[in-house]
Design a protein around this ligand. Structure first.
Ligand SMILES: Cc1cc2nc3c(=O)[nH]c(=O)nc-3n(C[C@H](O)[C@H](O)[C@H](O)COP(=O)(O)O)c2cc1C
Ligand SMILES: CCCCCCC(=O)C(=O)O
Length: 361
């Protein structure tokens, strides 16, 4: 399966994916909470920010490399965790992992991946001739501490280099598209493979997962005791929570509204970023996701205080459109757009991107 004609923008991958996907699954991937105000805001807020380039800087050719929590990456763009890749393509997370490894970017494996994290790591390592792909693992902390511990152990044993703890999911967001489609159960062949063999059960049934309002800072402290992986809190929007996170010793903060899929009418991630950047004051790295669709969006996020950004839906669109090749093309597009945007802004590296390169609405 491959796209018949070349695609020149992530928006075109979105259309190609829509043409390929079962409409119910497309709605699951594309949709957000309730009226989807935040889904739209994530993208429109980027469009409303202007870039104010510098000229005649005599800059070196752009170099996009970064190091994030000890993992080197060929650009400041990583894969956000997204669940259930098997709904998008039969090769599921294996295809995604091959493309990410070949591109030299960090893939955050979702706890709810449909291929086990060990298999994903093996696939990525094979692309790199046995070298470490620097995978990160996303966790929904469970009220059952032993299940959480087993998931953390599993990620560590698979060689994951950071634990991305999703904290914006005290309950599942209300997805009216899924309700209208009566999509409340996964097909039998789509299983959460990371759950198998843990907590005394061999089932990969997603219903074993609990999203609970009981989860608190105490659970983050426990995670700190459970693992030596750096801990990244994903889903922080309030500056006061960013302060607590830094004081609590987390290693990085992911400014995210879950792609508008949890609480509708939260601000766009990019709108909230400067407030968090000010509160954090460079004490820990800041990552951002939500609505990143262009290389120029990456420059805007870095100018406003992010160290890197992550892509959610664009990766799913690439996967659905053309498997590993589709993901590779999405990442290739981001890389060449970012390269072009840096050159046109008069900077050579992500570190040289400064606040004065953007003007806010
Ligand atoms: C289909 C889908 C599944 C997702 N699954 C997860 C998940 O399992 N865990 C998580 O922390 N975030 C999950 N997210 C949120 C993403 O990690 C990310 O925050 C969001 O997609 C970024 O916005 P974007 O899609 O506009 O790039 C999911 C998002 C989508 C679209
Ligand atoms: C208990 C199942 C929750 C699935 C959530 C996956 C996700 O984060 C998303 O779709 O967004």
């Amino acid at each position: 399966m491959s796209t018949e004609r070349p695609l020149f923008a992530i928006r075109e991958f979105e259309r190609a994916a829509r043409d390929r996907l079962d409409p119910v699954h497309h709605d699951y991937f594309a949709g957000g909470a309730q009226d989807e105000h935040t889904v739209r805001a994530n993208e429109s807020a980027f469009a409303a920010i202007n870039l104010v380039p510098r000229v005649l800087r005599g800059a070196e050719p752009p170099s996009l490399e970064v190091n994030l929590l000890g993992c080197s990456a060929t650009m400041p763009v990583l894969l956000a965790p997204t669940a259930f890749h098997r709904l998008a393509h039969p090769e599921a997370e294996l295809a995604t992992a091959r493309a990410a490894a070949a591109a030299g970017v960090i893939m955050t494996v979702a706890m709810l991946s449909t291929v086990a994290v060990e298999r994903i790591a093996e696939e990525a390592r094979a692309v790199l001739g046995g070298a470490d792909p620097g995978l990160w693992f996303q966790l929904y902390p469970q009220p059952d501490e032993e299940l959480t511990r087993a998931l953390v152990r599993r990620a560590e044993s698979a060689g994951c280099r950071a634990l991305v703890v999703t904290v914006d999911s005290a309950a599942l967001g209300r997805h009216e598209r899924n309700d209208r489609n009566d999509f409340h159960q996964l097909p039998d062949h789509v299983q959460c493979e990371n759950l198998r063999g843990l907590g005394g059960s061999d089932s990969g049934d997603v219903r074993r997962v609990t999203l609970s309002p009981e989860i608190s800072w105490r659970h983050i402290e426990k995670l700190r005791e459970m693992t030596r992986m750096p801990i990244v809190l994903k889903g922080v929007l309030h500056p006061a929570d960013a302060r607590l996170a830094v004081e609590g010793g987390v290693d990085a903060i992911f400014v995210s509204n879950h792609g508008g899929r949890q609480l509708d009418t939260t601000p766009a991630s990019i709108t909230q970023l400067p407030l968090l950047a000010e509160e954090v004051g460079g004490r820990v790295p800041l990552l951002l996701d939500g609505g990143v669709r262009r290389g120029t969006d990456v420059v805007k996020a870095l100018a406003l205080g992010a160290d890197a950004v992550a892509l959610g839906r664009p990766i799913v669109w690439g996967l659905a459109a053309d498997g590993a090749d589709g993901v590779a093309k999405v990442l290739g597009l981001m890389r060449s757009e970012l390269d072009n945007a840096l050159a046109l802004c008069g900077v050579a590296t992500p570190k040289e991107i400064t606040r004065d390169l953007v003007s806010l609405p």
